[in-house]
Ligand binder design. Structure first.
Ligand code: GRF
Length: 191
């Protein structure tokens, strides 16, 4: 089985990244992690990936003249590694149109809401404020418009009496850790 090569982009703790790395360790999983890139040098996820013997790079936007050249460096790193699919996993910068169109159809993200509801930030607070009966997470293709690309997979979780932002965030995150590897598997198997 030829495995799909993944490039993962993070900015922080990398719990979704870890879930993907763990899934990729299963012998029958149809993907492998080729490289993890972080825009933050102190991202906990970078150390975690390094400790899993995965190639890691800190690419610091401040060292580049502009966003295009910064993102061109990431494209070049991933291309050199033969990356087939980029997974955004808590990557906290908005990507430029050039990068997004270069990787069109090969760039996915996980978002902590039931898209198209609650694009952007504070998704759990907004779900609670709206009195929703359920919340959840979505894996979607990335397009230039924020959190708006085609939906690949979604999981919902119930919002219960006494639910807080923290309890909901934890519940949704647990669902994210199952959904992201499952979505990657779906994509790999459809190729
Ligand atoms: C997750 O909630 C994800 O949905 C959002 O950013 C968060 C990243 O968390 N895009 P982690 O770094 O994967 O733990």
């Amino acid at each position: 089985m030829k495995k799909l090569k993944l490039g993962i982009m993070i900015s922080g703790r990398g719990s979704n990244m870890r879930a993907i790395i763990e899934a990729c360790r299963l012998p029958d999983f149809p993907a492998e992690v080729a490289m993890v890139v972080s825009n933050k040098g102190d991202a906990a996820g970078l150390i975690l990936a390094h400790n899993c013997s995965i190639e890691t790079r800190h690419v610091d936007a401040k060292k580049f003249a502009d966003k295009d050249s910064y993102e061109a460096e990431i494209t070049s790193l991933f291309s050199d590694m033969g990356v087939d699919l980029i997974c955004l996993a808590g990557y906290m910068r908005i990507l430029g149109d050039g990068f997004v169109s270069h990787w069109q159809g090969k760039l996915i993200n996980i978002h902590p809401s039931l898209l198209p509801k609650y694009k952007g930030l504070d998704t759990h607070q907004r779900a609670l404020d709206s009195g929703d009966a359920e919340a959840g997470c979505t894996v979607h293709y990335v397009v230039p418009e924020l959190d708006s690309g085609e939906i690949i997979a979604q999981t919902s979780v119930p919002i219960e009496d006494g639910e807080t932002v923290d309890s909901l965030r934890q519940k949704v995150l647990t669902a994210e850790h199952k959904l992201y590897p499952a979505a990657i598997k779906m994509i790999a198997e459809a190729l």
